[in-house]
Design a protein around this ligand. Structure first.
Ligand code: UD1
Ligand code: CA
Length: 460
């Protein structure tokens, strides 16, 4: 256990500038709460203990995270008054192991990478390492003071910095890896005798230097890894930066985006070769695309797997759906959860499908609702077909067997089975099972009155 790693995530800040009823760390980036990003990154490291320091909206934060991260036990520590970053870490001491090391992270700095944190931990050979960065505009941030030989001496906050110190361009990210023994030793000794009357975590650097500890500093690979979120503008700007990175990685893997700036990935996306994604497409949750998938403008695709050579026409919503190969969908199709579209099937415009299987080569091309249905292979569901799956209380199933043909504007009142190669006449209301190869007509017989005399206008 001596070298075990703990993580302390500071998340007590109120986030006043977000102008939100939600605690800041629950604001979402790429569809996931800011704090969720940090916890997911910790999940990829080998962490013995995860401590989150909460303040404002603690109940909301805990319930949101505990459901999402049930697999990752979080130790919650309250910081009732926000007296500074040093105080925030100090309140964890009762929970913090005496041995091992801690990464100190922030609930509102969502994008620090697992690799950077691994490197930071590796850099901590003498007790303390930190992430720093040299920037053009260091205003507002803590500056790294180094001695003549380049060794870190201290961190000085903007508000405490002299004119000379303000010229330093190497800034403190606020992210550190510190031996727990040092945290236990230094934090109780912090004072708030500074320009902001706060307990500065940064003061532990001076204390370590006084103890002869050499402080290591590394830089993150990407600037966005240390960027924090304080207002809506910063959140939106970090979102765009992150989307840019996700899209660039996917381009490297071979996906063609019509416009890399007009696609959003709120989860994970993996794709085969020669995939094309047009503008305005949103991917949510975990999605996979096969080879040669072609997705047109404005589609929302969520937790879906889409097979090779599928063509998704504009403005489709595809949610928790398994799509085989060579399937055509849309435009304007609404595929709801637990839908399976088998190979070479077709779903056309203004078709809603819910919790149904559409067999190989079957077609539902126009204006239909198919719910709780199992459709065999090579069946044709005519325009305007409705599976009446709900009687107001219970849901019932419709079974449509291979090669069945459902005429346009039919209502199939479930539970009902349409046999293999059976035909349902257009405009039917089908309430009884139809045998294989039968023709079912469930509509009024047409009446004809010959030589019908059309009314004429009455004269007054
Ligand atoms: C801190 C660093 C500064 C660094 C900067 C990077 C200190 C004293 N300064 O400054 O050197 O350049 O981060 O962004 O550490 N928090 C709590 N409880 C508190 C105070 C803060 O949980 O009592 C949390 C906040 O929610 C926030 C984070 O800690 O997520 C940083 O706090 P903030 O006051 O914004 O620190 P800075 O002044 O930016
Ligand atoms: Ca501050």
């Amino acid at each position: 256990m001596t070298n075990s790693l703990s993580v302390i995530i500071l998340a007590a800040g109120k986030g006043t500038r977000m102008q939100s009823a939600k605690p800041k760390v629950l604001q979402t980036l790429a569809g996931k709460p800011l704090l969720g990003h940090v916890l997911d990154t910790c999940n990829d490291l080998t962490v013995a203990k995860t401590i989150v320091v909460y303040g404002f909206g603690g109940d909301q934060v805990q319930s949101a995270m505990d459901t999402r991260y049930a697999h990752l036990p979080i130790t919650w520590v309250a910081q009732t008054e926000q007296l500074g970053t040093g105080h925030a870490v100090k309140v964890t001491l009762d929970e913090l192991p005496k041995e091992g090391q801690s990464l100190i992270l922030y609930g509102d700095v969502p994008l620090v990478s697992c690799q950077t944190l691994t490197d930071l931990q590796a850099a901590n050979t003498d007790g303390m390492s930190m992430l720093t960065l040299t920037v053009d505009n260091p205003f507002g941030l803590g500056r790294i003071k180094r001695d003549a030989s380049g060794n870190i001496e201290a961190i000085v906050e903007q508000k405490d910095a002299s004119a000379t110190e303000q010229k330093i361009k190497e800034i403190n990210s606020g992210i550190y890896c510190v031996d727990n023994a040092l945290l236990h030793k230094y934090l109780p000794k912090l004072s708030n005798d500074n320009a902001q009357s706060e307990y500065y975590l940064t003061d532990i650097v001076k204390m370590a230097v006084a103890d002869g500890i050499a402080i290591a500093a590394i830089e993150p690979e990407h600037t966005f890894e240390i960027e924090g979120v304080n207002n809506r503008q910063q959140l939106a700007s970090l979102e765009r930066t992150w989307q840019g990175k996700l899209v660039a990685d996917l381009q490297e893997a071979g996906i063609q985006f019509a416009d890399p700036a007009r696609v959003d990935i709120r989860g994970t996306l993996s794709a085969g070769q020669d995939v094309f994604v047009d503008v305005g497409v949103v991917f949510e949750g975990d999605c996979t695309l096969g080879d040669n998938v072609y997705i047109e403008a404005g589609c929302v695709i969520k937790n879906a797997n889409i097979g090779n050579a599928c063509h998704i026409k504009p403005y489709c919503v595809i949610d928790r759906t398994e799509v085989g190969s060579g399937v055509d969908i849309g435009p304007f199709a609404n595929l709801r959860p637990d839908t399976v579209l088998s190979d070479n099937s077709k779903v056309g415009n203004f078709v809603e499908i819910k919790k149904s299987v559409i067999g190989q080569g079957s077609k539902v091309n126009h204006l239909s609702y198919v719910g709780d249905a199992i459709v065999g292979t090579d069946a044709n569901i005519g325009a305007g077909t409705i599976t009446c799956n709900y009687d107001g209380v219970n849901k019932s199933q419709t079974i449509i067997k291979d090669k069945a043909f459902i005429g346009s504007n039919s209502s199939l009142v479930a539970p009902v089975t349409i046999g293999e190669s059976a035909v349902v006449a257009a405009g039917s209301v089908i309430t009884e099972n139809v045998e294989n190869k039968a023709l079912a007509l469930g509509r009024a017989r047409q009446v004809q009155k010959p030589d019908f005399e059309r009314p004429t206008k009455k004269s007054k």
